[in-house]
Design a protein around this ligand. Sequence first.
Ligand SMILES: [Zn+2]
Ligand SMILES: [Zn+2]
Ligand SMILES: [Zn+2]
Length: 357
Amino acid sequence: MSLSTTTVEKRLLATAEHLNAPNKSQPTSVPWVHPHLEQGVVPIKGRQLRASQPIRQGELLMIDVPYALIPVVDDPASSDSLLCSNPTCSRQTQHGSGRMSCPSRCLADVVWCNSTCQEADELRHEFECTWLQRYAAPIRAKWGEYDFGMMWLIVRILASRHMERQQLSDTENQTNQRFKGGWDAIQSFCGSLDSWAHSQVRSWTALVKKYLRSSPVLPHDLSADEIVALICREEANSFGLYPRETGVYPVPEPPVDRGEQFAAAVYPRAAIANHSCSPNIMHKPDHHGRMVFTASRDIAAGEECCISYFDLSKRVDLKSRRDHLQGLFRFVCGCDRCSAEEPSEKESNWVGLPFLE
Ligand SMILES: [Zn+2]
Ligand SMILES: [Zn+2]
Ligand SMILES: [Zn+2]
């Protein structure tokens, strides 16, 4: 026990130093998972994260590296929160700091901190560059920012898969054995076709046929159906990146929101965490776009470890939380907090359950 505790503490210290000094020697492409965090499968709910042994409040639980990440900013040319496109960097680049754009001028949102980052990212970017040149502007004009971002994230997932298959990416080798990484992990995400409305699936299918088919512009060798299935999983599992913590509970008074979204990303391991409206994990991206999970209270052995999928300071009452989760993530929340706030059967007969305030 004492030996393993020492190892854990050393590891935590090393990780904490790493987080505080993101530019130092340690590589940013290596995920880290707390030794007491394990993956389980339960009937109906599917996969979950849980503690195999007690975890103390404040301990780091996971640092996951994105499989794909896109910046989300209003005005890329003047934005100070545009992220470097080199996946192993993903730092915010300041406007006027000498950041570099693509020589082919594919998209104003594609920048690198410097020539080192650009060179390191050359092969990956090559996969998306022609697609962006051809489709980014028309998709934005016709379908809007949300659908463009969704499709660009899919293209970046395909670029990572391409790199992995060419063995140009070393993410697979560094996969923690308890957790899958890479394309394997993306394929095992929850979020099947039939959890989405037919109209939604039809609209995604139309987008895939028009813009995401395998072609010389986007050579991925997957069928249109496989790409639609990938979108279903991406939409159910991607994270918005915000400057402050998500999932602080109880919500402090006065409430602190998580700030403006600056990116969206897909994480192979962090995606396993289920939602709770009274979560025991807070999550926040670090300076390299990695997702960091921290225990927000003591967690007992065997307890499920959950995050919040939305800003708890913004949606307070039961109905608004459930409506939001149902709309965006396709499930009715049955977490401890929602169950406790449900009206008793007698009350619900009087008021009518779905409209209860
Ligand atoms: Zn960079
Ligand atoms: Zn380009
Ligand atoms: Zn809930």
